[in-house]
Design a protein around this ligand. Structure first.
Ligand code: PHE
Length: 453
């Protein structure tokens, strides 16, 4: 396909992939999970899993994508023609669209909170009302849906512009900015009175909390955080040119994601402890406590605290956008290449579908809170369906496909650029061993614990 787009450089590849990886998973999920399961001890295990299990799976998706330069379904059809593996392509087209639907609801919340921060609604004299704002906002029907619309419209706008002009350009500007923003918030957060306990919560290793559950949580978190099993990394890799080093860009992506998660931990936890509100998991915490503590500081620090709120919600919004565009691109690439729909119509189609499903998710915090699927609200059901089932299955099958079905020489060829990358050639046996044995075994562990737990 001569007209297919490519990312322009190594930096562009890493920025786009890291953009997909770094998102809500890093900012609200990682800090609480890390705290809950033993702080520094959990972080050590997390790093270990990230490098030994998740990075090899990322490389599996990269190999398939770059080998074929096709969307998830097209890639499977090319590498395993006429076989049942096509279902893996389809699974990984469906999963990111579902993911996009509920992820964008939280993305919409960040639009609202950025608006609130910019219009100085987190005032010191109203600080005590700030935590309650969240509950009344999400349970209403009009505004969260409007914010969902805005978030999805920005996502669709970037995706519509294409890989180079949209995704590459947006990621290249926003990723470095994100790192600076989160660093600013981390430093500010650690200077707040009472923040020390939050720092302790993250750095004090508590090995007694490292239960089998914690190990499964660490692996599950690292899959979600690295965007694995949803076809996003495969699709992005299909835009990577043949002379790019997949191992180097994969490692760059994993390390950036890791670094950002740890920085986000130091941005969020000290502020949570300084606010005196108990750290419980979930998106609400970030929206309730952070603006509260910034507002409380307001009388003491004035401009600084107002600016901190703006910076914080801008960080969440941009991080969520660089992830949501990667989710939308999977479906768009599929519709354009396999169904011969124009990019314009494909983008609009996915936009409307996820908006409709997103409305249901959004209303499940309010008027539709009584609707339960298997005992969960619509939002929780879709979240569990994706993180416990679809992504894990996707990751497992990508791994099995590359480790057991694909020709070993083709895998080596992709990872070493035809043998020309000598370092990669040296580490290839290790990567291949991890892909064939260690990663599938680890995924089965997570999967079983997700299903049973
Ligand atoms: N990695 C993203 C995050 O941390 C979420 C994501 C999952 C994006 C799967 C794409 C695919 O927020």
């Amino acid at each position: 396909m001569a007209s297919r787009e490519h990312f322009g450089s190594r930096a562009a590849v890493i920025m786009a992939m890291a953009g997909s990886a770094i998102g809500l998973g890093n900012i609200w999920r990682f800090p609480f999970i890390a705290g809950q399961y033993g702080g520094a001890a959990f972080i050590l295990v997390y790093i270990f899993f990230c490098l030994l299990v998740s990075l090899p799976i990322l490389l599996c998706e990269s190999v398939i994508g770059r080998r074929t330069h096709k969307n998830t379904v097209g890639a499977m059809k090319e590498l395993a023609p006429g076989s049942g593996w096509k279902f893996l392509g389809l699974l990984t087209v469906i999963a990111p669209v579902i993911l996009l639907s509920y992820y964008s609801v939280v993305g919409g919340w960040s639009v609202e909170y950025l608006y609130k921060a910019v219009t100085l609604q987190f005032r010191p004299e109203a600080a005590s009302e700030v935590p309650g704002m969240f509950g009344s906002f999400v349970s209403s029907s009009g505004r969260p849906v409007l914010c969902l619309f805005v978030f999805l419209a920005i996502t669709a706008g970037i995706v519509y512009l294409g890989v180079k002009k949209g995704i590459e350009r947006f990621s290249k500007v926003s990723m470095p900015v994100l790192f600076v923003l989160v660093l600013v918030i981390a430093v500010y957060s650690m200077t707040l009175a009472g923040s020390n306990e939050g720092v302790q919560y993250l750095v004090r290793p508590d090995f007694s909390k490292l239960t089998p559950d914690a190990l499964a949580a660490a692996l599950g978190q690292s899959f979600f955080s690295l965007s694995l099993g949803a076809g996003t990394m495969l699709t992005y890799s299909s835009y990577v040119s043949k002379d790019e080093d997949l191992v180097a860009s994969g490692a760059g992506t994993a390390v950036s994601d890791l670094l950002f998660a740890v920085l986000a931990g130091f941005a969020v936890m000290p502020a949570v402890f300084a606010s005196g509100i108990a750290p419980t998991a979930g998106p609400g915490l970030v929206f309730e406590t952070l603006p509260f503590i910034f507002a409380k500081m307001g009388s003491a620090a004035g401009f600084m605290s107002a600016a901190a709120s703006v910076v914080f919600f801008l960080t969440i919004l941009v991080a969520a956008l660089t992830s949501s565009i990667s989710m939308m691109e999977v479906g768009v690439a599929y519709l354009v290449e396999e169904r011969h729909v124009s990019r314009h119509r494909a983008t609009l189609g996915i936009f409307f579908f996820s908006f409709a499903a997103g409305i249901l998710c959004s209303l499940s915090f309010g008027p539709l809170s009584g609707v339960k699927i298997a005992g969960n609200s619509i939002f929780d059901f879709l979240d569990k369906l994706c993180s416990n089932w679809l992504l894990t299955l996707g990751a497992l099958f990508f791994c099995l496909f590359v480790g057991w079905k694909m020709d070993k020489s083709a895998v080596r060829d992709e990872l070493t650029n035809g043998g020309s990358r000598t370092f990669n050639a040296r580490v290839f046996p290790v990567i291949y061993f991890l892909v064939r044995y260690i990663a599938p075994a680890a995924i089965l562990l997570v999967f079983l614990s997700g299903v049973i737990g």
